[in-house]
Design a protein around this ligand. Structure first.
Ligand SMILES: [Cu+2]
Length: 300
């Protein structure tokens, strides 16, 4: 698997081919810049509307936007080689990707072989922006891996990249956040089953960390209505993320999942019970749905 990194670390240093690296408008708080990393290419086999082509893949060494920096924003897309968006109007669907750091353990699911799951999205391509002053630290010894599942509803094979634009700040210039992956499917798997019609599915986790949750976003599959996370111990809603639908390529599909941002959204203590609740209203029974609230917490 060839990895194309459009904006390399060299580009960050002002040399090399900065094809897609453009300095961002600098907010007052901290100087930031954007770095776009293209992962791929992958050629998804052709398929039909009933049986789309599918390409699962694991990239055991996925490039980071920097060796040492704080990521304050992340915006994923599925694109063709020329950079134009690849979506179900022309066939491809970003079923999901997960980027994890193999040098750390997942906070919610320490036994996960994926490591610490730090970035993820489905076809909704959720953009994440941390509140001012917060960022996800990237260390030189962090090792990223990327799990992808791509689909294609057109009969012709499609060659695509996952393009992620990171907004980065200098290492140590922000208050560090870590990822909290709250998953209605449980700890080691995300898939679960729903019947036809309205249903709810919950999963709870006793927090092993304390701090301020400052950002969260939901992820569901077709049939999802909304997914929320709450701190049962304090009775605080952390985030309720609705699914927004549109028709693409003749199919009703989720085009947006709600995000929550706040300083803080909720303050969590060690021992608090955090519950994720996923609401579906599926036209048919399905055994491969998800309900995830992916949150970010500043400890302490
Ligand atoms: Cu999913």
């Amino acid at each position: 698997m060839i990895v194309a990194m459009v904006a390399s670390v060299a580009a960050l240093a002002g040399t090399g081919h900065a094809l897609a690296a453009a300095p961002a408008a600098a907010p007052a708080a901290a100087a930031t810049q954007t770095v776009t990393v293209k992962y791929g290419p992958w050629t998804i086999p052709g398929g039909t509307m009933d049986r789309p082509g599918e390409l699962p893949n694991v990239m055991s060494a996925a490039p980071k936007p920097c060796s040492n920096c704080d990521i304050v924003g992340e915006k994923p897309d599925l694109v063709y080689a020329d950079g134009s968006t690849a979506d179900m109007n022309s066939g491809p669907m970003l079923h999901h990707f997960v980027i994890s750091n193999l040098a750390a353990h997942d906070t919610v699911c320490p036994l996960s072989p994926l490591g610490d799951r730090i970035w993820a999205s489905g076809d909704e391509r959720t953009e994440k922006t941390m509140p001012d002053g917060y960022g996800m630290p990237v260390k030189s010894y962090d090792r990223w891996a990327m799990l992808t599942d791509l689909m294609n509803y057109s009969s012709a094979p499609k060659t695509v990249y996952i393009s992620i634009t990171y907004t980065i700040a200098a290492a140590g210039s922000t208050t560090p956040v870590r990822s909290l992956w709250l998953d209605a499917g449980g700890c080691l798997t995300s898939d679960y089953s729903v019947p036809a019609g309205p249903s709810t599915h919950t999963w709870s986790w006793t927090s092993t960390v304390a701090g301020r949750i400052v950002f969260a976003n939901g992820h569901q599959h077709a049939g999802g209505v909304h997914v929320k996370a709450a701190d049962d111990t304090t009775g605080t809603l952390i985030c309720d993320s609705p699914a927004t639908y549109d028709t693409m390529g003749g199919m009703r599909t989720i085009v947006k999942m709600g995000t929550c941002s706040g300083d803080p959204l909720a303050t969590v203590a060690r021992g608090d019970r955090l519950t994720v609740t996923s609401y579906y209203d599926s036209p048919a029974a399905r055994n491969d749905v998800m309900g995830i609230v992916h949150a970010y917490i500043a400890e302490g």
